[in-house]
Design a protein around this ligand. Sequence first.
Ligand SMILES: C[S@@+](CC[C@H](N)C(=O)[O-])C[C@H]1O[C@@H](n2cnc3c(N)ncnc32)[C@H](O)[C@@H]1O
Length: 237
Amino acid sequence: MATEKEYIALMFNDIAPTYDKLNHILSLNVDKSWRRKAVRRLKKSLSEVSHPLILDVACGTADSTVQIAKSIENAHVYAIDISEKMLEIGKGKIEKLNMSDRIDFYNSCAENIDFQDDTFDAVFVAFGVRNFSDREKGLKEILRILKPKSSLFVLELSEPQNVIVRWIYNLYFKNILPLVGKLVSGNKNAYRYLQKTVAEFPMPKEFINILKSAGYQSVRHNALSFGLCRIYQAEKS
Ligand SMILES: C[S@@+](CC[C@H](N)C(=O)[O-])C[C@H]1O[C@@H](n2cnc3c(N)ncnc32)[C@H](O)[C@@H]1O
């Protein structure tokens, strides 16, 4: 029987060919502006580092990886993911953009990162933490490979707290999203899984506490688009 991690990797392998298209359709392209905002924060935190090493965890098809490499021109970006097919699409994008000398991909998981302690000037995870099969282990592993005084940036979907926005969100997320997801990707479970993982993801206060218990300090967060998405920043001491 497949482990949870294998099941998640197989599911993303299955939806990889339609992932980008669906991402942009389902978020009405707003995901692009969320990524841009998070990458801007990341860039600001690295303003004093001349050649930063950045790790993009759960990089998927490399949309954030590309954004990071484009906006932080002196950076080298490493990108890891457990889905071979998502990585293949990401690698194709990087080749087309002639950026292969600035980005390296590895098929690897957040819970067991194959880099030495204190390696990276920043770690970025976009829409990935909620998929970790062992969230606590993944966050601790990221802390291990971060350099002291460096930050983890987490971009994650969340359920909005405003009653009206939440009503619209529930209508969309529970009814429209799984249906469109199924029609375009052909996978009836993947977009139910998305809705379930977002619903189960901890609320901001709780996630901040999880980050603190994993060993991070100076944890802060911003809500984007009425709380549909959040950027967390957490530092290694
Ligand atoms: C929703 S996608 C996000 C991809 C990309 N970061 C983005 O912004 O579009 C989630 C990705 O997390 C990957 N993933 C899930 N669990 C993982 C883990 N434990 N370690 C590394 N990658 C993981 C999946 O394979 C998938 O590509």
